[in-house]
Each structure stands twice: as C-alpha cells, then as structure tokens.
Design a protein around this ligand. Structure first.
Ligand SMILES: [Zn+2]
Length: 165
C-alpha cells in the first residue's frame, strides 16, 4: 500500500508503559516511579506544583496529564481512574479540588483530530478504528463526551451572540 502522506494516529501515540523510567523522567522533567506498571511523579513537591497550577502541563508543553489526586502520569484521566479517588469529572474540577486541571493530554487531542481527518481514508477502512480502539482500550464514549460538550457549548454561545446582534 502507498505511504499515506497524512500522519496516522499511531504516529502520535505515546505508549507510557513502553517508555523506560529514564525516558519518562526526561519527558516529564521530574523524577518518576512505577507502581504496578503505572508511572507516577516521585515527589510530593512536584505533585503540589501541579495541584496549584492547572496549566502546568501546557506551560511545560507536556504530551501527558498529571492526576492531581495521585500524581499518576496519564494520557487520559478516565472516569474509572477518578473513581479510585472517589471523584467524578465534575468533583475533580470543582472548587474543593483542581478547577481547570486537564483530563486529556495534548497528544490524545491530536490523535482525536487526526482520527477525524482520516475517517474516510483506506487505512481507516482497513481496521484503523479497531486499532484505535485497542490502543485506547478502557476508554468509553462517555470519556470523550466532555470535550464534545464543551465544543457544543461554544457553538451555542456563538449562535446566541449572533442572535443578539
Ligand atoms: Zn489519580
């Protein structure tokens, strides 16, 4: 098959479990530990930094998100993950916790938008979607909804604004 000039979702994937601890530490710019295969920030002081700044991943241009509750390094902080902390998406972002803290990495965002671009390419038809499903195993459509929701709200807002004029 001819090479696809468009980037495939896989080329943007970041498999945290496959990175060595050293590479992960370099990626995050902080000490990292592994527990049960998952990677976490090693130092509480570093977790505290993230807790005090919802934009730290963006400021540092990191392709990952840090769970403010436990310091885990994630691509997506799932509702399943939040449940471990007795939190939901809503309570995670409420005033008692970490308002504005991201739940989805920039890499994942990119994969999503590329997946949209690639929807009708032969690659896509040849099972790309099942590969994606495998890759993001554990993610439910519910997980994706908040972003769509936000987008929807933006559209509604701009419509309302136009209507006012
Ligand atoms: Zn956590």
């Amino acid at each position: 098959m001819a090479a696809n000039p468009l980037p495939t979702p896989e080329s943007h994937s970041l498999k945290l479990k496959e990175l060595s601890l050293d590479n992960l530490a370099r990626l995050v710019g902080a000490s990292v530990v592994r527990r049960n295969g998952d990677a976490y920030l090693a130092n509480q002081s570093e977790i505290d930094l993230y807790r005090s700044d919802p934009y730290l991943e963006a400021t540092r241009a990191l392709p990952i998100v840090i769970c403010r509750a436990c310091g885990q390094i994630c691509i997506v902080i799932t509702t399943n993950h939040l449940r471990r902390h007795n939190l939901s998406r809503e309570t995670y972002g409420d005033d008692q916790h970490w308002p504005g803290a991201p739940l989805i990495s920039s890499v994942y965002r990119k994969v999503r938008s590329d997946a949209g671009v690639l929807r009708w390419t032969p690659e896509r038809k040849n099972g790309q979607s099942s590969k994606m499903t495998d890759h993001w195993a554990g993610l439910t459509p519910e997980e994706l909804r908040p972003m769509d929701h936000k987008f929807q709200r933006r559209i509604e807002y701009s419509r309302r604004k136009t209507g006012d004029q």
